[in-house]
Design a protein around this ligand. Structure first.
Ligand SMILES: Cc1cc2nc3c(=O)[nH]c(=O)nc-3n(C[C@H](O)[C@H](O)[C@H](O)COP(=O)(O)OP(=O)(O)OC[C@H]3O[C@@H](n4cnc5c(N)ncnc54)[C@H](O)[C@@H]3O)c2cc1C
Length: 310
């Protein structure tokens, strides 16, 4: 069945649309709801404001699926620059990268070397190096990359998608390794044999995965859970679980996206919860923006309203 979500996620990979959309003023204006700006300075400024509200940041430079390995060197250098500027601004912000942005598809060894360097730079600053999860064709490669990096340092984390049928087994492996895991529902268009089509199954797998990562054996091995969702019902269900089972606050953090339900992010921080807001920046925002629209059809009406009002 063709859905609006499907169309938007397909659009996220369409070059023709991307090239036109990013030049359109109203699209550029609309993306600002989810991104403070294209420059590193814009992201830092937003994180400084968040810090005043008790919210930490995770920075990600937008851009994925580079086509030439030489581009990876530039992405790597940008992240090193970001870490230096973040420290100088007094932030303890994590960073998050996509393997395909650091050339995994062209040269997985070079990608590992860039990641290991960034991980050590993060470790030296006491912040975490996160690996985003992309489409299911790269899940195994991304987990293998994470496992190798985990041998270098515990300051590496990985995003795991609850919608994938394989997630149960992956979480078992990651829990016993004592991993930092950002649980997300999943943002890509996946075929039925690979992912749950039913949202309630995704939510159940999400909850079960989080609970597994909060178990004592995972905690003893050093696991950290990032509750990467805006779904307040799931958040509250997990908070109930945490309370009822005496889970210490050091074992989990909330992670949400810049521009999505900011009052909730502030409210969680005011309740004493640890909250991190993922702040994206960079010029290559089109696929990422399309995925944000796909997550909530109301976002599309916001864009259309802007278009009509022009
Ligand atoms: C910190 C973080 C990192 C992520 N990293 C990855 C990753 O590496 N790989 C990956 O595949 N996915 C990633 N995602 C995206 C994730 O997979 C989901 O697509 C996204 O979070 C929407 O699902 P949800 O869990 O918020 O729940 P949903 O059930 O989709 O949404 C719950 C409620 O949140 C609000 N909401 C959700 N999305 C939006 C939106 N775009 N705009 C406005 N309101 C919204 C709505 O009120 C909605 O009813 C990440 C998400 C977060 C928060």
């Amino acid at each position: 069945m063709i859905t609006l979500r499907g169309i938007l996620i397909w659009a996220s990979t369409n070059r023709w649309l991307r090239e036109r959309a990013v030049r359109t003023r109203f699209v550029r204006r609309s993306v600002r709801a989810f991104m403070p700006g294209e420059q590193i300075g814009d992201a830092i400024e937003a994180a400084v404001t968040l810090k005043a509200a008790g919210i930490s940041a995770i920075f990600t430079k937008l851009g994925e699926n580079i086509t030439q390995s030489a581009e990876a060197a530039g992405v790597y250098a940008q992240y090193i620059d970001m870490l230096a500027r973040s420290t100088a601004a007094g932030l303890n912000a994590d960073i998050s990268v996509k393997p395909s942005q650091l050339g995994y598809d062209q040269d997985s060894e070079a990608c590992f070397a860039y990641c290991a360097d960034l991980l050590h730079a993060c470790e030296a600053r006491g912040v975490r190096f996160w690996i985003d999860m992309e489409g299911s064709s790269s899940t195994q490669g991304t987990i293998d990359l994470f496992v190798r990096l985990r041998r270098e340092s515990a300051m590496v984390g990985i995003a795991i998608q609850a919608y994938l049928l394989r997630t149960d087994a992956d979480i078992e492996q990651l829990a016993s390794l004592g991993s930092a895991v950002r649980m997300v529902k999943g943002a890509y268009l996946e075929p039925e044999g690979v992912a749950f089509a039913d949202r309630s199954q995704v939510d159940e797998q999400y909850f079960a995965s989080c609970v597994r990562l909060l178990q004592p054996d995972a905690a003893r091995a050093g696991a950290l859970l990032h509750i990467g969702t805006h779904d307040m019902k799931l958040q509250e269900r997990l908070l109930d679980y945490v309370r009822e089972n005496g889970i210490p606050p050091s074992r989990y953090e909330f992670a949400m996206l810049y521009g999505i339900n900011m009052p909730r992010q502030r409210a969680l921080a005011q309740r004493g919860e640890r909250v991190r807001c993922l702040v994206a920046y960079g010029e290559h925002w089109f696929p990422w923006y399309m995925r944000r629209l796909a997550e909530r059809p109301a976002n599309l009406w916001f864009v259309v309203r802007n278009l009509v009002r022009r």
